[in-house]
Design a protein around this ligand. Sequence first.
Ligand code: PMV
Length: 334
Amino acid sequence: MSGKATVVAPANIAFIKYWGAKDLDQAVPVNTSVSMTLSECTSLSTVEFLDGGDGPDRIEIVGDGGSLTLPDAAFRERIERHLERVRRWTGRAGRFRVATRNSFPTGAGLASSASGFAALAIASTRALGLTLDVPELSTLARMSGSGSAARSVLGGYVEWSWDGGPGGHATSLASASHWDLRDVIAIVETGTKEVSSLEGHRRAPSSPHYEARLSALPARLDTVRRAIAARDLSMLGPVLEEEAIELHLIAMSSRPPIFYWKPGTLRVLEALRRGRETGLAAWATMDAGANVHVICTPSAEKEVVRILEGVAEVADVVLDGVGQGPREEREHLF
Ligand code: PMV
């Protein structure tokens, strides 16, 4: 039986970061992480499964204006390994055709692997006529090697806990409607980062600060969970920023060191700090990159945009916020 499915899956921004792995290939994390699923930064993936078909899988990226390009060799290999895993998982022989498109401009400096691999995990299994449950989908997305994809299979506020088992999976802490938080993203770097997050995970344990971070995490996790449950941004914000700065401290003190920050990153952090001195309730977090995600409530969003647009190094400001999670679409890319 052949089949086709199209799925939109969102990116997510971590409040407590996944940084460091027990098994990098299958993204078995050292620590539990928590994130907010986004609404606007998404990947759309159409997957067709041709039963019994042979030959290589066909994988295309749909660019701006509908142009079709082939993924670079490393990305293609990761997608192929994922498709092979799905074939093994389901015991089916056949060939996949995949097309994928991001809602955000490529080269905007926004990571797409979490949304991309979550969309691929859901669409590829739907194309085979299967409806996997959340733990299965989350595990499949994680095994792509992009661990944060494990959290993109759910909407709202999501925890990916590692319980000593094979790698853990996402569970919901709260739905999107529980708390309307916004993520105003300051783009200070549009190029691809020089060191991948995969390499960052690999080097993390070499930092002298890594063990200290792991011992600080249980208390920080507890605060983040309580802040989400109570919708308390003044409890969440400082922990959020502390956590992001610590991730970068570890990256910068890894051996060899990794500097993801650019001058614009510091300028944005400084502008926010000044804003908070005059009562602004907004705090920053960063992934393994230079861009800054500013988390705030809807009432502060306009002021955050004004502040960010006043920073000379900010090339663009992207508005996003908490989202509902993945959904299946009727319209296919091919
Ligand atoms: O999913 P990966 O392997 O690209 O790693 C994600 C790393 C961070 O974005 C920095 C943190 C996180 O939990 O999303």
